[in-house]
Design a protein around this ligand. Structure first.
Ligand code: 5GP
Length: 321
């Protein structure tokens, strides 16, 4: 029977060379790949060895790659005990982990490193880097990149997500510069943190439907204009925008044809963990900025001053709240 063809795409989160893999049934049949490569899964019929092609290869050939469950299992068995930090794991969580790693009781008893890893931060996060599912993003031939609108519950980390995407590829992604009627602060420049405009002009622009969204905060208007979205797209970048769901209707136009991405919150335990960490690091530095994010801004400014300054402003505002 022909192998079940799937179109699923995954990004590899580890380097793999079948020549060095003692478990593979036939080294020649293996497909070597590097961390970051995108693989098309051709068959997941076998629970240990999947068949995949590498995207972007001139003559892509299907080869064997370790399946996700298999790689997770042996990765966890290989983890050095030196990394292990004793940590309490709830019995429910540990049973979920045990199930997801599909280890027998004997395996668990006989493998010390596995057993101790269960108590480590790494293991507890169940973040064994194997493959992550991705979707193909294709720019229309000869056309501009599309607008990507992120929506999700408050506090889910849309800003974090935007920031990570920007850091990952500042040439590919861009964010809008908002308009405001508040006065420019000494360290700010017009067109970088904000476009500083008069109240009269802002109200005229509201009347003329120039804003995707706007609001009033401490007596000043703030808003994102349609032109600021166009400006990012005209630089041949993917424009990332996070808005309230009611705003989407203004963006679903023939001009933007946005991808709307609902960002599903991680499990509550994970969310609490990450928020807790954010608190720990959110002390102010001597300029009154939040340390955790001022680190980010250092990197951001270093990498791409224009694009990131606006993001930094958002983060600071969030922390101060
Ligand atoms: P700041 O004046 O400190 O730069 O920003 C104050 C607040 O303005 C932020 O916390 C944020 O809530 C709001 N703000 C900034 N930019 C925008 C925007 O583009 N749209 C909306 N609705 N609010 C914004």
């Amino acid at each position: 029977t022909p192998a079940k063809e799937t179109k699923m795409l995954v990004r590899a989160l580890f380097d793999y060379d079948p020549i060095e893999d003692t478990a593979i049934p036939c080294k020649e049949a293996g497909l070597a790949f590097s961390k970051g490569d995108v693989l098309q899964l051709m068959s997941q019929d076998d629970s240990t060895w999947w068949q995949a092609k590498r995207e972007g290869d001139a003559n892509p050939r299907a080869g064997l790659i370790p399946s996700k469950p298999f790689q997770e299992r042996r990765f966890s068995l290989r983890r050095p005990t030196a990394l292990v930090q004793p940590q309490k794991v709830s019995s429910r969580r540990s049973s979920i982990l045990r199930r997801s790693f599909r280890l027998s009781r004997k395996d668990r008893k006989t493998n010390k490193s596995m057993y101790e890893c269960k108590k480590s931060d790494l293991y507890d996060m169940a973040d064994v880097p194997t493959y992550e599912e991705v979707a193909a993003y294709r720019r229309p031939p000869g056309g501009r990149h599309r607008l990507v609108v992120l929506v999700g519950p408050t506090g889910v980390g849309l800003n974090e997500l935007k920031r990570k995407l920007l850091i990952s590829d500042p040439q590919h992604f861009g964010v809008t510069v908002p308009h405001t009627t508040r006065g420019r602060r000494s360290q700010e420049s017009d067109g970088v943190e904000y476009h500083f405009i008069s109240r009269h002009l802002f109200e005229t622009d509201i009347q003329n439907n120039k804003f995707v969204e706007y609001g009033e905060y401490k007596g000043n208007y703030y808003g994102t204009s349609l032109d600021s979205v166009r400006s990012v797209l005209s630089k041949n970048k993917v424009c990332l925008l996070d808005v309230q769901p009611h705003t989407i209707k203004h963006l679903r136009t023939a001009e933007f044809k946005p991808f709307i991405v609902f960002v599903k919150p991680p499990p509550i335990e994970r969310l609490r963990e990450s928020r807790k960490n954010a608190k720990v690091t959110s002390e102010k530095d001597d300029k009154g900025l939040t340390k955790a994010f001022s680190c980010f801004s250092e990197e951001a400014r270093f990498r791409s001053p224009g694009t990131f300054a606006g993001m930094f402003r958002y983060d600071r505002a969030q922390c101060n709240e």
